[in-house]
Each structure stands twice: as structure tokens, then as C-alpha cells.
Design a protein around this ligand. Structure first.
Ligand code: ADP
Length: 169
């Protein structure tokens, strides 16, 4: 049984097995939740990302994919980096956003993670409307078969929390 929980707060303060990062394809850091994770997690995470770029992801991580690194100084064992799609009003990219959640949970399962914290992927700088981002997130994780016991959505503000709360019901 997988439980979905909601927390309003800072994902870098969570104590879980894996923290999902809304990364960009470079894997070399950015703003928003990505910046916060690298700031609090320390240089080990960036060093691991650089190694991944040099070994398996020379062209970067594709949109919708996910990969795990150390969590550095965070209170977690892994950071799972996933690349959300930039929102487009003219093209339906929701399958890619759903893929971020599915792939992140697949990587979590591969590593044996039992508790996983997700931010609202693509709902910041990448411009996804929050209600739709929340619907895709919750519908997707509900449909995944996983050994993860707790999927915790960590929402930065009240508006994001409200959007996810309406989906979880
Ligand atoms: P993206 O580029 O995928 O849109 P962002 O990091 O810009 O990613 O935003 C994704 C979501 O994460 C936004 O709702 C943003 O408010 C939220 N966010 C930013 N910092 C944090 C944090 N420290 N903890 C949890 N959520 C955060």
C-alpha cells in the first residue's frame, strides 16, 4: 500500500529516503527547487551530477527521465533528478510530465527507497498551471505500481498545497 501525503514547506527540510529534484537537462543546477537542493545539499550533489554528465548523459538528461545521485548533506539517501517539460499552451506535453513521476518512482524502486518527496514538477519557472500540474502528479502516482510506501508532495506555498489537496481529496 502506498500512502500519499501532503506537506506545505521546504522540500530540502524533509527527512525521507529520496528527494525528487525538478532539475533541468544540464543537471548542473538552476533556480527554484533545484537551487535550493544544491545549496542545502552541498557540493557533493553537483559533483555527482557532473560525473553523470561525463559518463552516461553527455547530452544531458532528457525531459521526462530521472536519475539518482547522492543527497549530500540533505537528510535523505538519494536525490532523484527529473526534468519536467516546459509548459506549452499549444502542445500537450502532459505525457512528459506524467513520465517524470513514473520514472522517478521507478528509480526510487530500483534503489529500494520507501519514502519519496516530490515538489510540483514544472509548476514554477517552467510555467505549468498549478491545478493541472497537481492533477497530473496525483493521477500518475496513483496509477503506478511501486514498493514506495509514502509519496509525499511537498508544496512550497498555500496555493500549491490547495491545488494538491483538491486532487488528493
Ligand atoms: P520547474 O523549473 O520544474 O518549474 P521550479 O523549481 O521553478 O521547477 O518550481 C517547481 C515548484 O517547486 C514550484 O511550485 C516552486 O514554488 C516550488 N519550490 C521552489 N523551491 C522549493 C522548495 N525549497 N521546496 C519545495 N518546493 C519548492
Amino acid at each position: 500500500m502506498t500512502t500519499i501525503t501532503l506537506v506545505q514547506g521546504d522540500i530540502t527540510r524533509q527527512s525521507v529516503d529520496a528527494i525528487v529534484n525538478a532539475a533541468n537537462s544540464s543537471l548542473l543546477g538552476g533556480g527554484g527547487v533545484d537551487g535550493a537542493i544544491h545549496r542545502r545539499g552541498g557540493p557533493e550533489i553537483l559533483a555527482a551530477c557532473r560525473r553523470l554528465r561525463a559518463s552516461s548523459y553527455g547530452k544531458g538528461l532528457a525531459t521526462g527521465r530521472a536519475v539518482a545521485t547522492t543527497a549530500g548533506a540533505l537528510d535523505a539517501r538519494w536525490v532523484i533528478h527529473t526534468v519536467g517539460p516546459v509548459y506549452s499552451a499549444s502542445e500537450d506535453r502532459s505525457a512528459l510530465l506524467a513520465s517524470c513521476y513514473r520514472e522517478s518512482l521507478r528509480v526510487a524502486d530500483e534503489n529500494g527507497a520507501r519514502t519519496v518527496a516530490f515538489p510540483a514538477v514544472s509548476a514554477g519557472v517552467y510555467g505549468w498551471p498549478m491545478d493541472d500540474a497537481a492533477r497530473i502528479a496525483v493521477e500518475t502516482v496513483r496509477a503506478v505500481r511501486t514498493n514506495v510506501e509514502e509519496i509525499r508532495f511537498v508544496l512550497f506555498d498555500e496555493r500549491a498545497y490547495g491545488a494538491f489537496a483538491r486532487q488528493v481529496g
